[in-house]
Design a protein around this ligand. Structure first.
Ligand SMILES: Nc1ncnc2c1ncn2[C@@H]1O[C@H](COP(=O)(O)OP(=O)(O)OP(=O)(O)O)[C@@H](O)[C@H]1O
Ligand SMILES: [Mg+2]
Length: 389
């Protein structure tokens, strides 16, 4: 998928701005606080229908304005052109998402049609932060590939919400006798087992398939001295087999039932699982979260995101969607010269990419690897853009 042009109206610090992009690399530079990240965020609204930074729509309306409008023209592998627009009205929180001026129906049917991979400074929390941050990252990845997963996930979080509400109500009000509570919880547990086993199986499949992708992309940047690894940790076991997982979740639910009642929360299922990132060096296996240096965190993240790009590209079922769009926000900070040079040298292998930086000098480095026609640079100054060439 290629984004040909973007029009922004009253989106954050952009009043009214139209930009025509390069189908190859778009090098976006400017000083702090001028609107580089905002621009990428606007692109994510069109591809994901929401902000990759999890900002609410109302925070994105330009101060003092009533609505924002984002509109993008894309073309796909089959050269079919589509116009995707999002208009948001602050007053009544009305969000209108359209494709070729028609309202977009089911979100699960749209998600993944415009595949997108984003790396931003906030992603540091993927290697340093909580299991929920990592689950979210891979949920977005799998959801772009599978409508079933997207729908299962939505339903699953509703089930957990309902079950938690019931457990909490019981804890605070002591409303139910034991049998009564069990009867109320059982239908939620049945659904939890069904959906939970499907979600874990899909996540296991991802981790197993994804391993060579991250190893390959990591070695492109740092060579073969050491290797990255991702494992999935679940109390329900490490299987891709749904019936095995069902049994394990059911057993776990029985074990933890008393504890769930005592604590008033749901303790079993994929919402408790974790993805663990490690580095395998000659002297042992290191957990990235605990032991990696700042540059190693960043290198791990860059290879993770480049691997996500390749994995999405190889597995997408969306007809004609083709290669994802790659957003690299401030990718070079924390990296040494040789790693920056390596990343620049492999960027031409990605179809359309947007790279932001405060340092214009990187244009000379990355420019060496691109034909003139395949790179454009833009200077961003306080919510306006100038195409530099
Ligand atoms: N709703 C809004 N209305 C107007 N301006 C906003 C709104 N939300 C954020 N901004 C402004 O957008 C600017 C931040 O833009 P952005 O994060 O894109 O900067 P940046 O160029 O990526 O900077 P950095 O190099 O520091 O990452 C801030 O100055 C902020 O005040
Ligand atoms: Mg920024």
């Amino acid at each position: 998928m290629v984004l040909d042009s973007l029009h922004l109206q009253n989106f954050k610090n952009y009043s009214d701005c139209t930009i025509n992009f390069n189908p190859g690399l778009n090098f976006i530079f400017g000083d702090n606080g001028n609107g580089k990240t905002n621009l990428l965020e606007a692109v994510s609204f069109l591809c994901y229908t929401r902000s990759f930074l999890q900002n609410s729509e109302s925070d994105c309306v330009k101060y003092g304005s009533e609505l924002f409008d984002i509109s993008g023209q894309f073309h796909n592998e089959l050269s079919v052109t589509n116009k995707i627009s999002l208009r948001y009205y602050r007053e009544n929180s009305d969000k209108r998402f359209t494709a070729n001026n028609e309202p977009v129906g089911k979100l699960s049917a749209f998600f993944g049609t415009y595949p997108l991979v984003v790396l931003s400074p906030q992603d540091m929390k993927l290697t340093t932060g909580l299991p929920a941050d990592r689950r979210k990252n891979f949920d977005i990845l799998i959801s772009q590939l599978s409508r079933v997963y997207f729908d299962d996930l939505k339903r699953y979080s509703k089930v957990i919400k309902q079950k938690n509400a019931l457990l909490k109500e019981n804890l605070t009000m002591r409303r139910y006798h034991n049998n009564e509570l069990l009867n109320l919880i059982e239908p939620w547990n049945d659904e939890l087992i069904e959906l939970g086993s499907r979600l874990i199986a899909r996540r296991m499949k991802l981790v197993n398939e994804f391993r060579p992708y991250i190893i390959g992309n990591f070695s492109l940047i740092v060579g073969d001295a050491y290797e990255p690894s991702i494992t999935y940790e679940s109390e329900s076991g490490n299987s891709e087999n749904e019936s095995e997982l069902k049994e394990a979740i059911a057993l776990n639910l029985r074990d933890k039932y008393e504890n769930e009642i005592k604590r008033g929360i749901s303790l079993v299922g994929p919402h408790r699982d974790n993805y663990v990132f490690s580095l395998l060096k000659s002297d042992g296996t290191f957990n990235v979260k605990t032991f990696a240096s700042q540059g190693e965190h960043k290198t791990f993240l860059v290879s993770l995101k480049l691997a996500e790009y390749r994995y999405l590209k190889d597995n997408t079922e969306s007809y004609g969607s083709g290669e994802p769009i790659l957003l690299l926000d401030d990718v070079f900070s924390d990296l040494d010269k040789s790693r920056i040079e390596k990343i620049c040298s492999i960027l031409p292998a990605y179809k359309q990419a947007f790279l932001t930086t405060t340092n214009k000098d990187y244009l000379d480095i990355v420019g060496k690897y691109f034909d003139k026609n395949n790179i454009s640079s833009f200077k961003i100054t306080n919510g306006s853009t100038a195409n530099i060439g």
